[in-house]
Write a protein that binds this ligand. Sequence first.
Ligand code: ATP
Ligand code: MG
Length: 840
Amino acid sequence: MFAPITLLTLLAAMSIFLAITQLVTIRQTRHWVSHSHQVIETTQALLGEVLSVESGQRGYLLTRDPHMLGAYEASKAALPALMTRLSDLVAASPEQRRRADQLMSMARQRVAISEMRVQLVQAGRIDEAGKVAWLSGNTSMEGARSAVNDLMAAENALLERRTEAADRAEWLSLIVAMVVSALALAGLAASIWSMAIANRRLAHEIGEREGAEAAQRESEALYRAIFANTADYLFVIDISDDGIFSVAELNPAFEQATGITTVAARGRDIREMTSRALADRFIGHYHAVIAAGRPVFAREVNRLPEGLRIWESIHVPVRNEQGRIDRIVGSARDVTEREQAEEQLRRAQRMEAIGHLTGGVAHDFNNLLQVIRGNLELIAADVADRPSAAQRLRNALHGADRAAQLTRQLLAFARRQPLEPKVVNLGRMVGDMADMLRRMLGESITVETIIADGLWNTLADPAQVESAVLNLAINARDAMPQGGPLSIEVDNARLERDAAQLGGDVEPGEYVLIAVRDTGHGMEPDVVARVFEPFFTTKADERGTGLGLSMVYGFVKQSNGHVQVDSEVGQGTVVKIFLPRAHQDETAAEPAVAAGPLEGRSEIILVVEDDDLVRASSVSLLHDLGYTCLHASDGAAALELLRAGVKVDLLFTDVVMPGPVRSRDLASEAQRLKPGLPVLFTSGYTEDSIVHDGRLDPGVQLLSKPYAREDLARKVRALLARARPVVLVVEDDPLVRMAAVDMIGALGFTVLQAADATSALTVLRGDGRVDVLFTDIGLPGMRGPELAQGAVALRPGLKVIFASGYAEPGAGAGVDGSVRLVKPYQQDELAEVLGVAMAS
Ligand SMILES: Nc1ncnc2c1ncn2[C@@H]1O[C@H](COP(=O)(O)OP(=O)(O)OP(=O)(O)O)[C@@H](O)[C@H]1O
Ligand SMILES: [Mg+2]
């Protein structure tokens, strides 16, 4: 860059120098030319004046007219000045000075001669004047002229030399100028070229710099966008030399969470910006960062405008060029919801684990209690005549019942109690309970029930709802030792997703809400967190078992509901139970089983139970009740018996059994082999095989262990009574047969069918239950009446119904108690004859 500038400067200086030299030379040349011209002109003028003096004096000499002396005098007067001038002009050249002197002396002589002549004429001495001659050749006019010529020739020669020198100098300067110009041009070209290169490099550098700047701008914009839009709370803290922590920058998320803005906070000591506690905590982190010299993680609970929030934060040191930590960049994240969800999950998992444990314990206890209870009841008859032993037996039975009650409560918590949900209107139920509650809670408690209009129905086990409300009411009473108001509110409720999430595992949707509210002493949050745990109680002196709310919890969860406790110390408590809405009408109350004798009539019961002791006690109890028992220790053995064709009137099976055949499969296979066979399950635990969605599968009959002799007697009797009678329909016309099967099935009977008498007899020879033979009279081959006789012979006591298209005299002959139905028959006619047949 500097080289071309130096070169150009040099060239410019040379050009200026050359120009000045040239100017000086030209001016000098011009001066010398003009000088030579002046010398020549002065010489010629001098010669001319001398000639004018001479011609003036000659004319006077001839004419003697004084007027002729005018020019003479004028020229004479001019001569001294010309001579002085000439002397001055040739002063620098000795040669020319010598010639000039010679000329001037000659001129002076000629003028002196002329003066002399004039004076002689004037003195009248004309002749003398004529005789005055020009003194020598020196003074002759030719001499003067030659002196003039010499002078002028010398001057011309001088001029020529000078002109030549000037020409040479001009040429030289021209050549130098051309060389300099060429050099200048080359220099210019070199400069232009180097400037072009420099330009290109500069453009490249500028381009690169612009690119880098654009990239920098882009990355800054990106960082700013991240800073502005991230949901994490970002903050930058400056640390002054004297250790003051001040705010440098806060991102919008931070501003929103804390209510502190960058504009208000920038540059200010953080102690001025927030509460003392928060500032101290943060400053503590910063000191830790400075001491450690690396990032520090922290978790803390901060009181913010939104309430108490849990933050997880990281504080990272930033060093300046001297290596001092002068900044801290921090990022925090609100983990409140996550931690709450984790806590809820942990709680749910803990409850689940406790549930499994209690469920398992209850199951085993129920089996043991069944053995104890069963045997105690079997001894009863033996000690009936010994009052003290009988009393001890009753005490032992009472103890076993108390234990059974406890295991039932544990099962309820473990969501394993057998529920019998029905569609109920909780408003009506709670209304019905009000009086009972008033009596039970005493006068100091004022019970108020608030039932919303248009209340939805719900699907729940009514007995369990009652027990839950009772438990809550007792808890409320216990919380108000001085008495007070207790309100039970029943209303429709819609749980939204947010509210549902509050409760953890509950589905949003429509529920019926029962809220039991008291104004008692309330609970601390840590008590609220544990109220559903089994055996958690704050009641002293064994006044509470801590199972009340556990049962409520288990029952509600098992019913796909949700339970929530809100309590404040000194204010009171409200427990809310949400049970799912049912869209069906209320289930009609089942007619009570007619009270009748509970003893067996030698019906055959197949008892399937893997526990030897339990099986032995069940079999003994059933024997005692008047039943005949077969027994098997697992499903496979039971199936073998059934397949062997033994007669069985009821299957009584444990739910949980070892072996490949599960109790549910055993039941269905048994019913396939023996249509209409009633099945009674028993369990110390509600198994998933018979419970779905928290309730027993439809049609499943369950007797929970441990059961009393009377429970067993009642249940077995009821099932046998309710067992669907089996009707064997014999009809050759397939369409007619199909219609008959449908109609009889619709009346609640189990229906078997045969197309002719032979197949009907095959069925009857088998061991399956058949209560009624419903046969056409005009069958191909063996006719109806003959079939009936054969059938009754095979199965004494079998009821017979003849169906015929026309009145056939003597059709019923030979079959006692047979009934006739004329085709086509109506459903009610069919019902009537079947009713008559079964009653007979
Ligand atoms: N309405 C209430 N007001 C205040 N505390 C209550 C209320 N309901 C329950 N609690 C607290 O919850 C604990 C557990 O209640 P829960 O009903 O499960 O057991 P319990 O009442 O102690 O015993 P149990 O019901 O088995 O007789 C109680 O001991 C009591 O501390
Ligand atoms: Mg209680």
